[in-house]
Design a protein around this ligand. Sequence first.
Ligand SMILES: Cc1ncc(COP(=O)(O)O)c(C=O)c1O
Length: 384
Amino acid sequence: MRRVYMDANATTPLLPEVFEAMRPYWIEHFGNASSIYLQGQQARKAVDRARETLAAFFNCHEAEVVFNSGGTEGDNTAIFGLVRPGDHLITTSIEHSAVLRAAERVAERGAEVTFIPPQPDGLIDPETIRGALKPNTRLISVMLANNETGVLQPVEEIGQIALEAGACFHIDAVQGAGKVPFDVSRYSCHLLSISAHKVHGPKGVGAMYVRRGTPVDPLMVGGSHERRRRAGTENVPGIVGLGKAAELAMESLADGAIDRVAALRDRLEAGILAIPGTGINGAGAPRAANTTNIRFDQVEGEALVIALDLKGVAVSGGSACHSGSTEPSHVLMAMGLDKSAARASLRFSLLKTATEADVEHVLRIVPEAVEHLRALAPVALGSF
Ligand SMILES: Cc1ncc(COP(=O)(O)O)c(C=O)c1O
């Protein structure tokens, strides 16, 4: 059976070039980057090279790149590393759980937290953030691209507001990486988090831009790795993989991959919207080129995910990071969808390697599966 993977926002496969770049660092060049002899120097050189690439990726100084274990750690570091009891944190109600749960925890420890809701199209209005500012606002944390809808948030304007207010600004750019060219100076941010496995790199490794002088307390303490900002022996193969993935992501961005993926996504949307009783969540807002979140009226989203999987198509309902949970998506609910509409929504997210044949295949499968489910259980849906 032909299999088409359309869940790039959950994770992406390693590109062969990334795998090849990492290969020598498992066995041949196994050294600890802190060791002064040859094997250590080889590892250090590889980490330094990856740091140079990430600095180009972020458009920052090499000393401002901190390697870590991924998006969750970056998000946690920003919040736990900056927000103290008595401080005020502004974030949004559509963030990833890595931000939401950390924000709840600092609130339990005595910080004030404001969760800004999105507009119905999924966009955060920067003026609502301005209106929420307090004299003790320490940090504003807003994502670049939403993982469920792909909606791109106005981080430049929000960065400007943070700057004027003298607050720090963190961007969870995990879903923006490789989909939008980065420039941390344009965003006026202090911190920005990314994760390798969303850009065809390995899982369990990521990086953060930390603007020079930002007084963020490290989450991990121990050795003096990463200029004392993140203790722990460097994951050399992982860091090499992230470096290669970032290099390839920059090449794809320069090669017009965004336009190519956008055209495929638009074709997919047009094909699916031809099915009656469908609609796009976040349609009016600017969105990452690879993502579409579609509501299928009178369909139970989980049942459709399973039906599509049985036909070889991998997509997700709600956020894949919450798979196993039957709760409707907090993002879609925050946008004003009711429970049944949120549960009837699916996310299709295309890999940058997606082809026209993939899209046409999915378009042959989806209408049939939707029709089948609607015919099976028209009554049960009333129970949501
Ligand atoms: C927006 C966003 N932030 C953070 C994360 C967590 O990243 P990681 O899987 O590297 O911990 C994800 C993962 O899905 C995400 O989509």
